[in-house]
Design a protein around this ligand. Structure first.
Ligand code: NAD
Length: 480
């Protein structure tokens, strides 16, 4: 077997880059390990600026042909990729679980169907994409959505293929070519996607995948003069770096960043529903950007809510994510576990009290944790932990609830549990967040705008907003 082919959970994965339709190896590799047991999954090509530059060059070469490809043909190829994803859904699910440790049952039932849907949705959307014609003193204004050029798409490890395809599909639909750089902790499904796209007949160079560390190849991608769009999902510090790097050529950016979202529980809420919503925040071991990690509960029901929450949380089963009965899997990497534990230890030293958890379970798992007696201005309330750690605070009235909810630097999402529709409307209007859920959580429609306010990001993607970002809009004015 080639030294670049690794068998992961029974699936063969090529660990080289995919550039201009060919597999390209770097001189050096890095080791990809599974969060489940620390086992080695593969030796991955460790990209250098040379390979990053070659990928952008391939995307640039392929751009004119792809941009000129009729919409119907682009849509057909996107659907063929979706079909390929469906055919290999089980392989993608087991490889993704091996690589990032998220639950196999959710990869099977929720994530991989959604990954295929990302391609079908944007294929449909492309065909429905309309321009607006209007006249000015007899002159016709004709607005078109022109492809922008090569796009660099940089993604994190917490939902690798979901987040990658959420960007790749609209970028390709828009007529752009792509260089995708997955996170170094989860390089595998991006490589499989490159195979699937090639098998579907996507022309060489239209979708390129480069592997490697952001700190080593990031600038070669984001400061490249031929790149016309950068879409990044990840952390705030990396976003700052990328924004500075993109400034060299004023490359348009879309940034989907972290959050510290609240769940507001009012006394008139269905407390069983509210407790269910709160416990759901431990999904993916808390490694979800949208997670409502700050539980804000009206004083008069705080005791009863806490009782119902703890009853549910104590039933959660933590363990191997491949096991159907598991609710919470491992943390992505021992370094992340250390980070999560650091946040909790500093909070406890600062006077917080753990109602549940507050410690590791071995060297890969962090116990689901709920901290109370936390100060509003403390690190644990203000900073994203990205682990199964929630805080509990109480409020006296609606004004205080809104004030606490909005009092962080983030603005990604918020969830409101209330039985009063008028209250829901009043509170929602005052919350700073890209998405607000009322009596529900994580219901995502691809037609909706998605993104964050304040430090949670810049711009919105989803539905037509994705085309706004990935296209150069052009208005042609013709005399009568
Ligand atoms: P990260 O910022 O460390 O890394 C994200 C990606 O950026 C990786 O591919 C990494 O290799 C790359 N990168 C690192 N340095 C770079 C550089 N200098 N130039 C270019 N690329 C570089 O984030 P992470 O730890 O992988 O992901 C977790 C973060 O992502 C959390 O903050 C989470 O909230 C956020 N996130 C946001 C959303 C959203 O939609 N808003 C979704 C998922 C995750």
């Amino acid at each position: 077997m080639s030294q670049h082919l690794f068998t992961v959970a029974g699936v063969e994965v090529d660990t080289r880059h995919h550039i201009g339709g060919a597999r390209v190896a770097s001189a050096e590799t890095f080791t990809d390990v599974s969060p489940i047991d620390g086992g080695v999954l593969g030796e991955i090509s460790r990209g250098t600026p040379a390979e990053a530059g070659a990928a952008v060059a391939a995307a640039k070469d392929a751009f004119p042909g792809w941009a000129a490809t009729p919409r119907a043909e682009r849509a057909r190829l996107l659907r063929a990729i979706a079909d390929g994803i469906d055919r290999r859904a089980e392989e993608l699910a087991v490889v993704e679980t091996a690589d990032n440790g998220a639950l196999l049952r959710s990869h099977r039932r929720g994530v991989m169907p959604r990954v295929a849907h990302n391609f079908r949705f944007f294929a449909d959307r492309l065909l429905a994409l309309d321009h607006e014609d209007f006249t000015t003193r007899g002159h016709t204004n004709h607005v078109t959505w022109d492809p922008a050029g090569p796009c660099v798409l940089i993604t994190p490890w917490n939902a690798p293929l979901m987040l990658a395809t959420w960007k790749v599909a609209p970028a390709l639909a828009a007529g752009n070519t792509v260089v995708l750089k997955p996170a170094e902790w989860t390089p595998l499904t991006a490589s499989l996607l490159a195979d699937i796209a090639a098998e579907a007949g996507l022309p060489a160079g239209v979708l390129n995948v480069v592997q490697g560390y952001g700190s080593e190849i990031g600038d070669a991608l984001t400061a490249h003069p031929d790149v016309r769009r950068i879409s990044f999902t990840g952390s705030v510090p990396t976003a700052r770096h990328i924004a500075a790097s993109a400034a060299a050529h004023l490359t348009p950016l879309s940034l989907e960043l972290g959050g510290k979202s609240p769940l507001l529980v009012f006394a008139d809420a269905d407390l069983d529903l509210a407790a269910d919503l709160a416990v759901e925040q431990y999904d993916n071991a808390g490694q979800v950007c949208l997670a409502a990690t700050r539980l804000l509960v009206e004083e008069s029901v705080a005791e009863e809510f806490t009782r119902r929450f703890l009853a549910r949380a104590s039933r959660l089963r933590q363990g191997d994510p491949r096991d159907e009965a598991t609710d919470i899997g491992p943390t992505i990497h021992p370094r992340q576990l250390e980070r999560v534990d650091g946040f909790v230890r500093r909070a406890l030293a600062d006077g917080a009290r753990a109602l549940i958890g507050g410690h590791r379970r071995g060297d890969r798992y962090y116990a689901p944790t709920l901290l109370t007696d936390v100060r509003q201005d403390s690190e644990i309330v203000q900073e994203e932990v990205f682990g199964p750690v929630l805080t509990l605070q109480t409020f006296g009235d609606e004004d205080e609830a809104v004030r606490l909810a909005n009092d962080t630097a983030y603005g990604l999402a918020a969830t409101v549990a209330t039985g009063d529709p008028d209250r829901a409307e009043r509170v929602t209007a005052r919350l700073v967040a890209g998405t607000v859920w009322v009596n529900c959580f994580f219901v995502r429609d691809l037609r909706a705008p998605f993104g964050g306010s304040r430090r949670s990001g810049i711009g919105r993607e989803g539905g037509t907003w994705s085309f706004d970002f990935y296209c150069d809009l052009k208005n042609t004015v013709t005399a009568p």
